[in-house]
Design a protein. Structure first.
Length: 318
């Protein structure tokens, strides 16, 4: 019998865990004749009673595994921890707030187990519950990232997907510190089928994704999967050098022909500020890439486990 491991990252989700457990166990029961389940909850440094709630449920249901990190390392690190602590033949990643419909799992399993696809991924067809600003930024983010990156990013894609063990092992081979898993899915390849569904509101609690965090997440994606910003910086430098050279020649000729005195210092100051801003922007872009390189060379652990009821982390080739 096949085994499905469901990875559930959690950060301050004590309200949603009971509701999620109720729904996911219904699906597990309906699929009991085909597959067995394990539920791997990742407590990403929660400050509420998330860990205690997981411990209580694990005592009642042996399928529940929990991995508690020593602090909040972020969702990307939490998902990596989940991938490394699963034992299933197929691995699913789901949000605990039920914005990812558990009722899609039977269809996803049927598709992947047929052997035609290595992964079934989901994307929302609407942005219900999002502010107008977030909708606008999300729309243009996907346009920009796909224009500057060779790795395809699917608009509306969610982390909710079901993958084969082979695909998961391929993702685990990528050991970079600065992780953007939606890009890694595209990087490792494999045949993927997309399922669309209407975006749902959280069942309880509040979102942990502020506009600031979303900007940081988008910035991480650009830095991880494109070097176009560096190219833009170089091109800007060349264009402004050519422009300044032309301007110098124009000023010399104008002075020789018309004897124009040194006037226009306000516009000169504005130009100086503008060029200084461009220079600082380019230096900032280079600094951002350099900082990513710096963090990679440190080779710090992506996450640290404080407590778990798993016996051990599985080797990546299992």
């Amino acid at each position: 019998m096949d085994k499905i491991s469901v990875i559930v990252p959690c950060y301050n989700e004590e309200e949603t865990i009971p509701l999620f457990y109720e729904e996911i166990t219904k699906i597990a029961k309906s699929m009991a004749k085909e597959v067995e389940f394990e539920f791997v909850f990742i407590n990403d440094g929660s400050k509420d009673k998330t860990l205690q709630t997981l411990k209580d449920y694990s005592k009642k249901d042996k399928r529940i595994k929990y991995v508690s990190l020593s602090r909040n390392f972020g969702k990307e690190a939490g998902m990596l921890a989940g991938l490394e602590y699963t034992t299933g033949d197929y691995i699913a990643i789901m949000d605990v707030d039920l914005q990812d419909p558990p009722e899609l799992l039977p269809e996803m399993y049927k598709t992947v187990s047929s052997g035609e696809y290595d992964c079934v991924a989901t994307k929302s067809t609407s942005r219900n519950g999002y502010s107008a600003l977030r909708k606008f930024l999300t729309k243009w983010y996907y346009k920009i990232i796909n224009a500057i990156s060779k790795t395809e990013m699917v608009a509306g894609a969610r982390d909710y997907r079901l993958m084969t063990r082979q695909m998961v092992n391929a993702i685990l081979e990528v050991r970079e510190y600065n992780r953007y898993i939606k890009g890694l899915y595209g990087f490792v390849g494999f045949e993927t089928k997309w399922i669309e569904f209407e975006n749902k509101d959280r069942i309880a609690g509040t979102t942990k994704w502020s506009i600031t965090k979303l900007f940081g997440y988008a910035f991480e994606a650009i830095m991880s999967f494109s070097t176009i910003p560096l190219t833009i910086s170089a091109v800007l430098g060349i264009l402004f050098c050519i422009g300044s050279f032309i301007a110098i020649i124009f000023i010399i000729i104008k002075t020789l022909c018309f004897g124009d005195p040194a006037t226009g210092w306000p516009s000169l100051v504005c130009i100086m500020f503008f060029l200084s801003g461009i220079q600082l922007f380019c230096i900032g872009v280079i600094g951002a890439y350099l900082s990513k390189t710096y963090l990679e060379t440190k080779r710090r652990p992506i996450y640290i486990v404080k407590e778990t009821n798993q016996t051990k982390k599985l080797p990546r080739n299992e």
